[in-house]
Design a protein around this ligand. Structure first.
Ligand SMILES: NC(=O)c1ccc[n+]([C@@H]2O[C@H](COP(=O)([O-])OP(=O)(O)OC[C@H]3O[C@@H](n4cnc5c(N)ncnc54)[C@H](OP(=O)(O)O)[C@@H]3O)[C@@H](O)[C@H]2O)c1
Length: 238
């Protein structure tokens, strides 16, 4: 086999694990990764949507759907075990699952806050914890979805607090993994038109706009670590 053929075979074998893959940014990233010849591991709670997406992205040879509630450590471990049994490696892991809530410290319920903190912060941390051993083996790439709201505080926004934690988590992981060969990228979307919003926004980014930013980060040569990508729609002021 020529070295060029060997290199392209390696590229075709790469494995991209994505949480929150059943919808929005995660699903769009899976489609982009598939188009760029990655195999994909699709994780979320909505198994039917994941199954349909896995079928669209090449079926069992190329795509694996795993039911995972990111707030459950056992689910996260099962997700990684399933990925390694099916494909033998994980080259990129995208801790992307998350949701928002109303602004105003008196507007949301304590129960909803709890779910949001557990999903956005604890869930992302568990994804890191579960995937770091495999990423260290592959000298792979860890990505986390923070937000513009993780760079600047929004009034009364508990969601913004959770995303500041994710921003800190990305930098903490980058320093922790320094020297391991694992790269770490924080994705910080501005307003993006996804089911994240009950009332869908106008003038927003599309999920594929963020997927392209993700693919930019993972397509750099091994010595280039794109640490943060903040993307706003052209019309977003704050
Ligand atoms: N849209 C925006 O404007 C925007 C801006 C900045 C950052 N973000 C961030 O981008 C990420 C993706 O959001 P999106 O806009 O693509 O919204 P979305 O379409 O609603 O997608 C959210 C994804 O997270 C998954 N999820 C939620 N809770 C989960 C749990 N406990 N376990 C596993 N998966 C869970 C959902 O799947 P299931 O319900 O099937 O589990 C879904 O796949 C989130 O972290 C969000 O905070 C969004």
């Amino acid at each position: 086999m020529s070295s060029q053929t060997a290199a392209s075979a390696d590229r075709t074998d790469r494995v991209f694990l994505i949480t929150g893959a059943s919808s929005g940014i995660g699903a769009a990233t899976a489609r982009r990764a598939y188009a760029d010849r990655w195999r994909v591991v699709l994780a979320a709670r909505s198994h039917e949507r994941l199954d349909a997406l896995a079928e669209e992205l090449g079926g069992s040879e190329r795509a694996l759907a795993v039911r995972c509630d990111v707030t459950e450590w056992e689910d996260q471990q099962r997700m990684v075990d399933a990925a390694l049994s099916a494909f033998g490696q994980i080259d990129a892991a995208f801790a992307n699952a998350g949701f928002g809530g109303p602004r105003g410290f008196l507007k949301d319920t304590p129960e909803h806050w709890r779910e949001m903190v557990l999903t956005n912060v604890y869930g992302a941390a568990l994804t890191l914890r579960a995937t770091i051993p495999a990423l260290t083996d592959s000298r792979g790439h860890l990505l986390l979805t923070s937000s513009v709201a993780g760079r600047r505080a929004l009034p009364g926004s508990m969601y913004s607090c959770t995303k500041h934690a994710v921003t800190a988590m990305g930098e903490a992981a980058r320093q922790d993994l320094n020297g391991s060969g694992v790269r770490v990228t924080l994705i910080e979307p501005g307003m993006t038109d996804t089911p994240f919003f009950e009332n869908r926004p106008t003038g927003a980014l599309q999920d594929d706009d963020i997927a392209r930013a993700v693919m930019y980060a993972v397509s750099q040569p091994p010595h280039v670590d794109v640490n943060e990508i903040l993307v706003r729609p052209t019309s977003q002021l704050g």
